[in-house]
Design a protein around this ligand. Structure first.
Ligand code: PLP
Length: 418
């Protein structure tokens, strides 16, 4: 039982370097966050040793009396947080949650209708190379070419045209809220099941700052590691107890073997934290930070440099910078921000004239910095640094030192050693 640094110094070095990177840069990838130390503790605990195939009270292995407590807590907290009758907290990731959902509510060959990948949809909503595009007949609705928002008349027309068995509402890169009640009406009109994938905005829902899809959808899936800021993993919710059995069997044994009990314990803690006032405050700062970012990126000098914001603003935790008329493409803009110490990802914008590996957009998110403690003043400073970095010939060294001042003022994981 020697420490990692002795057993495997190369990997110990990776951990240390990654901790230093997270401390020294500004993390603005919209799908990332910083888990609290309490979550790191469960994930690095002896629960990782335990096999627990099955569900609490109905396991295929002995010795599950304590991990059952953890899973029952995670289930109860997830249900209470989102007002659901049913929760499954076993999915290893958002993608396996989604695979289980689709196999529970559709049959291979069925038609599924989701948001176009290139317009902000997710791989698991019907991408050609993903299981969802291979097993199902995937069709898509896109955003409006003028407003860049989802137009429910288009969704309805597509639904009437294709008669899908499943309609999917949810996104990975979209700066506005979806109208779940309107999706429900369309699903009822064509006899489809409605599945909402709230992976990105679940933390906002938990805090009551975004409409809750649970009352409208047949099934809701999510990740725990984006706005919620918990361990990397997924979960599934429903109000429909008739679907519950099917969903359970499609997670285990349908998609997975033994659940990751160390992660499930960490999910329980993340859901407990998500019910707190402190969490709500963090989600408010997340939203406010994104609004500040959007408004400062559409200032006149940004626009003169060809930087705009898709849909003109945001209702959620991210902003999509539109670089279609900028000299910088998405790759160059991502690299430029990396140079000043800000981490984002390039992202195709709808109707993108540039190729997918280059793109004309950036997806910039505020959840991780809100977790780090940032409020309006700091988000204003970050927004100005980004706006300046994306203009021609910026003073990279000066911007880098403004980033360093922010990282120094908000130490990450103080005292933690890896
Ligand atoms: N669903 C949506 C909407 C997502 O954005 C993502 C992650 O990017 C996922 C599902 C998949 O989550 P994971 O990466 O945990 O498989």
């Amino acid at each position: 039982n020697q420490p990692l640094a002795e057993v495997d110094p190369e990997i110990a070095e990776v951990l240390e370097q990654e901790l230093n990177r997270q401390r020294a840069t500004l993390e603005m990838i919209a799908s990332e966050n910083f888990v609290p130390v309490s979550v790191l503790q469960s994930q690095g605990s002896v629960l990782t040793n335990k096999y627990a195939e099955g569900y609490p009270g109905r396991r295929y292995y002995g010795g599950c009396e304590f991990v059952d407590v953890a899973e029952n807590l995670a289930i109860a907290r997830a249900k209470s947080l989102f007002g659901a009758e049913y929760a499954n907290v076993q999915p290893h990731s958002g993608a396996t949650a989604n695979a289980a959902v689709l196999s529970a509510i559709a049959t291979p060959g069925d038609t599924i209708l989701g948001l176009e990948l290139a317009h902000g949809g997710h791989l698991t909503h019907g991408m050609r190379l993903n299981f969802s595009g291979k097993l199902y007949n995937a069709v898509a609705y896109g955003v409006d070419p003028e407003t860049f928002q989802v137009d429910m008349n288009v969704v309805r027309d597509k639904a009437l045209e294709h008669k899908p068995q499943v309609i999917i509402a949810g996104w990975s890169a979209y700066p506005r809220q979806l109208d779940f009640a309107a999706f429900r009406e369309i699903a009822d009109e064509v006899g489809a099941k409605l599945w909402v994938d709230m992976a990105h905005f679940a933390g906002l829902v938990a805090a009551g700052l975004h409409p809750n899809p649970v009352p409208h959808a047949d099934v809701v899936s999510s990740t725990v590691h984006k706005t919620i800021g918990g361990p990397r993993s997924g979960f599934i919710l429903s109000r429909d107890m008739e679907l519950a059995k099917k969903l359970n069997s499609n997670v285990f044994p349908g998609q997975q073997g033994g659940p990751l009990m160390h992660v499930i314990a960490a999910k329980a803690t993340a859901f407990k934290i998500a019910a707190s006032e402190e969490f709500r405050d963090r989600q408010e700062r997340t939203l406010s930070g994104a609004r500040i970012l959007a408004s400062r990126l559409v200032a006149d000098d940004s626009r003169a440099a060809g930087v705009d914001v898709l849909t003109g603003g945001t209702d959620v935790h991210l902003v999509l910078a539109d670089l279609r008329t900028s000299e910088l493409d998405g790759q160059q803009a991502e690299d430029r921000l990396h140079e000043v110490g800000i981490t984002v990802n390039r992202n195709a914008v709808p109707f993108d004239p540039r190729p997918p590996m280059v793109t004309s957009g950036l997806r910039i998110g505020t959840p991780a910095l809100a977790t780090r403690g940032f409020g309006d003043a700091e988000f204003t400073e970050v927004a100005d640094v980004i706006a300046l970095a994306l203009q021609a010939n910026p003073d990279v060294a000066a911007l880098r030192s403004r980033v360093e001042a922010l990282t120094a003022a908000f130490p990450l994981y103080p005292g933690l050693q890896q």
